[in-house]
Design a protein around this ligand. Structure first.
Ligand SMILES: [Zn+2]
Length: 161
């Protein structure tokens, strides 16, 4: 009896750790009415209405500390500061997102197609992907709205754990 309980506990332990490491994102399905209560008007326009902030309007353009850039709506970490670079476009720019944390769709709002990307958890719009990124890192530019992101400095990340 004791033996079978030990086996059961071991099984549960292995099962729970492998489940936790699976990393699947559970969707945040809050309605636009709920987001409107949480977000500022400007944030809502970008995140939920695919808006774009004016270039050079975000203080995150000049953010150079170590840390992560998280979705301003649901808080999912989308970019590591190690992948941020100065694209001289006036929008916070990255050459690579955190794997699996963004999804893309084709945007036909202008007269040519662009690749839109959004948070994989809550679906909030972040920006567009362009092909003029740094060639040494694959050539992609993730052009992000600063208002759609919250920066979490490295030391605060550690405090949270
Ligand atoms: Zn999100």
């Amino acid at each position: 009896m004791k033996y079978s309980i030990t086996i059961l506990i071991m099984f549960l332990f292995v099962f729970s750790t492998s489940y936790a490491n699976h990393g699947e994102i559970i969707k945040d399905t809050r309605s636009n009415e709920e987001w409107a209560r949480i977000l500022t008007t400007d944030q809502y326009e970008i995140l939920r209405n695919d808006g774009t902030e004016p270039s050079y309007s975000s203080p995150l353009n000049d953010e150079k500390r170590q840390g992560v850039f998280a979705c301003a709506a649901c808080g999912l970490a989308l970019f590591d500061s190690n992948t941020k670079y100065d694209s001289k476009t006036g929008w916070p720019s990255f050459w690579q997102p955190i794997k699996g944390h963004i999804e893309t769709k084709t945007d036909w709002k202008l007269f040519y197609p662009r690749t839109e990307y959004h948070c994989a958890r809550c679906g909030s719009h972040q920006g567009h992907i362009f092909e003029d990124g740094p060639p040494e890192h694959g050539g992609k530019r993730y052009c992000n709205n600063g208002l759609a992101l919250n920066f979490i400095p490295e030391h605060e990340k550690k405090k949270e754990r």
